[in-house]
Ligand binder design. Structure first.
Ligand SMILES: Cc1cc2nc3c(=O)[nH]c(=O)nc-3n(C[C@H](O)[C@H](O)[C@H](O)COP(=O)(O)O)c2cc1C
Length: 345
């Protein structure tokens, strides 16, 4: 009788685990099949470098290396967190992490919620065997901080040997998702408690709807070390959820364009700029208007889906484009690129 009772009470929990795993797979499949990008832009077409016809440096001398999370990387580029928690996610995370290792980039795994619910899924996020040197970011939703204990959250970092924890804010995505969590009260306090106790830095990121200056100030006061503003203009999570099985249309283009978020938040905290960064030129523009790093998700997973050679080509093009932007503005280092002359149209 007792065992019957406990197996019955475990059923909703098991159903929830299955739901988390299949949702992560649906997300990747939908993004790859349908694109699900914003119709409005990230704003970089209104930002232009002032071309320097006398750069007085050689392309070969351009060095955009930087230190991120105490590790040296060759380019200020982060492949932002996307996946984990189901069978094929292991291949995706390892493929992306291997590319980060090869080109000297940083990499983040996707939400590790599935791994809290089912610890044996940890291997779908573990990439240190192929990427021993890269800055690696663990990932969890801010809402989950309210639900799980601090040791559970801390173990996400340790189990994958991450250098930081990325906490994602996604109220837009959750509100469109039929099974989404729609009570974001107490989230800021939970972020503050995590920052106080965690032994690695906390990065707070959006998932494509953007972080405004008001929110950034609150995050800084809570003890956050980096903000990934993840603005609109790239992957639209309300579009993804609506295409999946969302109930409320009309929010597919909701969000603050990435370029605008950078301009609002620059100087407050070290900034990562993601959301619609589709080339090394966008990435270089993001750095010049105020970011310290740029990040992208969709272009990398799309290229991986087309094969290893495509992913290599994409990483090569992206890094070369950043280097050429530096060259054509006479910027030898990342610090020089941050000061390159721009025109905001
Ligand atoms: C397939 C896919 C899955 C994603 N899953 C996560 C996630 O689990 N956690 C997270 O913080 N962000 C997630 N994101 C959001 C990205 O990290 C990024 O913030 C957003 O997509 C904007 O970047 P993009 O326009 O370059 O795609 C995901 C993005 C994609 C494309």
């Amino acid at each position: 009788m007792a065992s019957q009772k406990s197996s019955r009470s475990r059923k909703p929990e098991l159903a929830k685990q299955k739901q988390t795993e299949s949702r992560k797979k649906d997300h990747v499949d939908l993004v790859l099949e349908q694109g699900a990008q914003y119709s409005k832009t990230s704003g970089f077409e209104r930002v232009d470098f002032i071309h320097n016809a006398l750069p007085e440096i050689s392309l070969n001398s351009v060095d955009l290396s930087t230190i991120f999370l105490n590790k040296k990387i060759s380019f200020p580029i982060l492949i932002t967190g996307m996946t984990g928690g189901y069978k094929d996610a292991e291949r995706i995370n390892k493929g992306l992490a291997k590319t980060a290792q090869k080109y000297g980039l940083a990499f983040g795994v996707g939400s590790q919620r599935a791994m809290i619910e089912k610890p044996e899924l940890a291997k779908t996020y573990q990439v240190r065997d192929v990427a021993p040197d890269i800055p690696l970011l663990a990932n969890i939703g801010a809402f989950q901080l309210k639900k799980y204990s601090f040791p559970q959250i801390e173990s996400l970092v340790h189990k994958i040997e991450a250098d930081a924890l990325a906490i994602h804010l996604n109220p837009l995505q959750e509100v469109i998702q039929p099974e989404g969590d729609t009570d974001f009260s107490g989230v800021l306090a939970a972020i503050g408690r995590t920052c106080d106790k965690l032994s690695v830095p906390v990065v707070v990121k959006e998932t494509g709807a953007g972080i405004s200056i008001d929110v950034a100030v609150k995050l800084k006061d809570a003890g956050v070390s980096y903000i990934d503003i993840s603005g609109s203009g790239g992957t639209s999570w309300s579009k993804v959820e609506y295409l999946r099985k969302g109930l409320v249309p009309g929010f597919e283009d909701w969000g603050i364009p990435t370029a605008e978020c950078i301009i609002q938040c620059k100087g407050l905290l070290p900034l990562i700029a993601s959301g619609g960064i589709r080339s090394g030129i966008d990435g270089a523009k993001a750095i010049t208007i105020g970011a310290d790093m740029c990040g992208a998700a969709y272009p990398f997973i799309k290229a991986l889906d087309e094969g290893d050679a495509e992913l290599d080509k994409m990483a090569e093009t992206f890094t070369n484009q950043m280097k050429i932007c530096a060259y054509l503005t006479g910027s030898k280092t990342l610090e020089d690129l941050k000061k390159a002359k721009m025109r905001i149209l």
